[in-house]
Structure formats: structure tokens, C-alpha cells
Design a protein around this ligand. Structure first.
Ligand SMILES: Cc1ncc(COP(=O)(O)O)c(C=O)c1O
Length: 391
């Protein structure tokens, strides 16, 4: 069934104001998410924060069920964390690295993850090694197989990089990780909400994501999945009274579920809004959403590519809703500003966000236009007409 775009737009108040192609930055939230989040803030104002959380216990707990359903795991394997970076950090920094351990990652790895690898490498003597790309620009499975040995402690891959339409073959990578019994961490910040995600099909041990991007949830929300069998092997880098219990003067016990990666104080309005956003995405059906996004992105690339002076930079066999391009003689930041004057939203991806990949391709900055299912074919046309004029 095709997605009912008219309904999606009626339920997205921002659609009447702007042409929003910055969904990989932060999507326009739906009316139900907005209503739920505001209603919770009002309840807090009326009866107090702790009392509101008690009264809304079921709604808060529902977000764990919704996240679990979204990625096909159990609620005990979900930790609600304030963004994708911290969620990823809590998994990564829980791994006990030692000198000589190898961390295998992708060329298009996200900046914050790579900084964490470099920090751990400096502190422990572990080494970080990017897996070469294949001819399509995605992680080469063949190269990965050749890199496997008993020193590989972690395979850590960004599913969809921040700087392009690439979708890395995470399930094929997962097969290699499983065969070799190596821990496998996936940064799914740009893919959750955009396409169906099943942690069992991917074969990962840990997966992190954010609320505000393709899930259309409130800012300051995110979650981490950790496979049950792995949870107790991972000691979080920080603990508090929520992650652990102080059971005797000189002893504490860490929780046995994924909530050991959380901290106590939370943005409950955001969490309830995130639960609503996940329910909303599931109602549309992730297969339907994914099909629609791919179609729109395909239309956008096909319209942009022949324009004189315009170069589309996306790579990969499967390409997602993130479309990147440059216009000859025009600085990407200037394009972003000029579009913004027309209430058209894009962003600029810079070399510092995915340094290995962008340097290899000789790119310093590119325009990033990211579509969602509530965008329209007409918007793509309007967008391309503006780019044509600028070019
Ligand atoms: C691939 C990827 N990972 C992680 C992040 C960080 O997400 P957050 O800002 O929610 O921490 C981003 C943000 O752009 C991203 O694109």
C-alpha cells in the first residue's frame, strides 16, 4: 500500500511553513508527538515532576516496549539514553580494551565514534583500523574477512553515515562477527526510523540511535540496545543509584538489565514523546516508510544529477534518504543560506564529520538534503528548480 502522504502532512504542522530537507539533522515532529510531549510537561507543571512520573509510569514504561518492538528485541535489552552519542558511548566505553586489541571500523565512521576510538587507543594501547571500502563505497566484506584474527576485540560500524546516501551492509558484517565470535556495535543513528531494523537479522550485540532524526521524536532522546547475553559482560564506565544498588558499606551491585547503561534523572516528557514517535512510525509501517523515502531520494538524485555544475556524491548499492551534492563555484554554506531565505532547509556535511571518507574523496564540505516520507514530489521539484537557478 502506498503511504498516505496527505494524511502524513496534515499531521505534521511544520509542513505548512517550510520545505524541510533536513530530516537527517532533526525531522519535523508529528502532531501526536507534540501533543503528548506538551501534555506531559503540563502535568509536571500542575502536580510536580516526581508525581507526574509516578502517575505516568505505564506511559514511560511503554517507551521500552515500543523501542523493543521497533528493533525486534526484548524490553530488558533497551536503555533509554539522552542521545545517540551517549548511548553509543555507554556501550563502547564499557568494553575492557587492553594493549594490542584491534577495533575494526568503517571508512565513513562518524566523528564522535572515531574520537572515542582514538582516545581509547591512546589510553589502552588498543589499535583502530578502518576496513577498506569496496568498489561501491561500502564496507568491503572481503577485506573485513581478511582482517579477522584473535586480536580483534570489536567490530564497530556506522550503518548510514552522516555524510551521504550510503547504507553499509550491516547484516553481512554481522555474519562475519558472529562466525568469529567478535563483539559487534552498530551506530544506527541515521537508519532507525528510516528503514526496518532488526537486531537479530543484523546480528549485532549493541545498537544505538537517536530520537529526533528519522524517528521524528523530541530532541534529547535516544536509546541503546544491548543483547542479553552481552549485558553482564559490559561494566558501564559510570554508575549511579539507578544503574547499581549500594547494598553494603563497601559493596554495590550493578543491574542485570540494559538499564545499567542509563542514569537516574531523565527527560520524561521526551521519553514519552519518543514512545509516541515510535508508535507513530510503526503505524505507518517501516517497510512503507523506507520505500517512500527511497523513491523520493531517487527522484531528487535523478533531477539533480543532470543539472550543469551539480555533482551528486552519494555512494553505495542501496541508497537512502540522505542526498549529498556540490554546485560548481558555490560554497555549500552559501547554498544553505540562500535556500534558507526561501524557507528551504538543508545542512552542510563537513570533512570533520567523516574525515577518513571525505578526505579520500577529496571533499571538504557538501550540501546534505535529506528527505522523509512526508516530503512530496512537488517539494523535490521546487527544490531542484532553486538549485538550477543557483547553479
Ligand atoms: C551516524 C551518526 N551517528 C551519531 C550521531 C550523533 O547523534 P546524536 O546527536 O543524537 O548524539 C549522528 C548525528 O548526526 C550521526 O549522523
Amino acid at each position: 500500500m502506498p503511504l498516505n502522504v496527505e494524511k502524513a502532512r496534515q499531521e505534521t504542522p511544520g509542513c505548512t511553513n517550510v520545505l524541510h530537507f533536513n530530516n537527517a539533522g532533526s525531522s519535523l515532529p508529528s502532531q501526536p508527538v507534540l501533543d503528548t510531549t506538551i501534555a506531559y510537561l503540563q502535568l509536571e507543571a500542575q502536580i510536580g515532576g516526581y508525581e507526574a512520573a509516578e502517575r505516568s509510569h505505564e506511559q514511560i514504561e511503554h517507551t521500552y516496549d515500543a523501542a523493543a518492538q521497533l528493533v525486534s528485541c526484548t524490553r530488558d535489552e533497551i536503555a533509554l539514553i539522552e542521545n545517540a552519542t551517549r548511548a553509543w558511548d555507554m556501550a563502547f566505553y564499557s568494553i575492557p580494551f587492553k594493549r594490542g586489541d584491534r577495533i575494526l571500523t568503517a571508512m565513513s565512521e562518524y566523528v564522535s565514534n572515531y574520537i572515542a576510538y582514538l582516545q581509547i587507543a591512546r589510553k589502552t594501547g588498543a589499535v583502530v583500523e578502518p576496513i577498506p571500502d569496496d568498489q561501491y563505497g561500502q564496507v568491503s566484506i572481503e577485506a573485513l574477512r581478511h582482517m579477522i584474527d584473535e586480536r580483534v576485540k570489536l567490530i564497530s560500524i556506522t550503518h548510514v553515515p552522516t555524510s551521504g546516501g550510503l547504507v553499509n551492509p550491516v547484516a553481512e558484517i554481522g555474519k562475519v562477527a558472529r562466525e568469529a565470535g567478535i563483539l559487534y556495535l552498530v551506530d544506527a543513528c541515521q537508519s532507525v526510523g528510516q528503514m526496518p531494523i532488526n537486531v537479530n537479522e543484523i546480528g549485532c550485540d549493541m545498537l544505538s540511535t537517536t530520537g529526533r532524526k528519522y524517528l521524528r521524536g523530541p530532541r534529547g532522546t535516544g536509546f541503546l540496545y544491548v543483547r542479553k547475553e552481552v549485558i553482564e559482560r559490559l561494566e558501564p564506565p559510570m554508575l549511579d543509584l539507578h544503574a547499581a544498588t549500594w547494598v553494603a558499606r563497601d559493596r554495590y551491585e550493578i543491574r542485570s538489565d540494559a538499564r545499567r547503561f542509563e542514569n537516574w534523572e531523565k527527560n520524561y516528557a521526551g521519553i514519552i514523546g519518543l514512545g509516541q514517535a515510535i508508535d507513530y512510525a510503526l503505524e505507518w509501517d517501516l517497510h512503507t516508510i523506507w520505500r517512500r523515502i527511497k523513491d523520493l531520494a531517487y527522484q531528487l538524485r535523478t533531477r539533480l544529477s543532470p543539472l550543469p555544475g551539480v555533482i551528486v556524491h552519494d555512494r553505495g548499492i542501496t541508497q537512502c534518504g540522505i542526498v549529498t551534492f556540490t554546485v560548481e563555484g558555490k560554497d555549500p554554506e552559501t547554498i544553505k543560506q540562500l535556500l534558507a531565505e526561501q524557507k528551504i532547509h538543508v545542512t552542510v556535511a563537513r570533512v570533520s564529520s567523516t574525515r577518513l571518507d571525505m578526505e579520500n574523496r577529496g571533499l571538504t564540505s557538501i550540501v546534505r538534503a535529506s528527505v522523509h516520507y512526508y516530503n512530496t514530489e512537488d517539494e523535490v521539484e521546487r527544490f531542484c528548480t532553486q538549485i538550477e537557478r543557483l547553479a
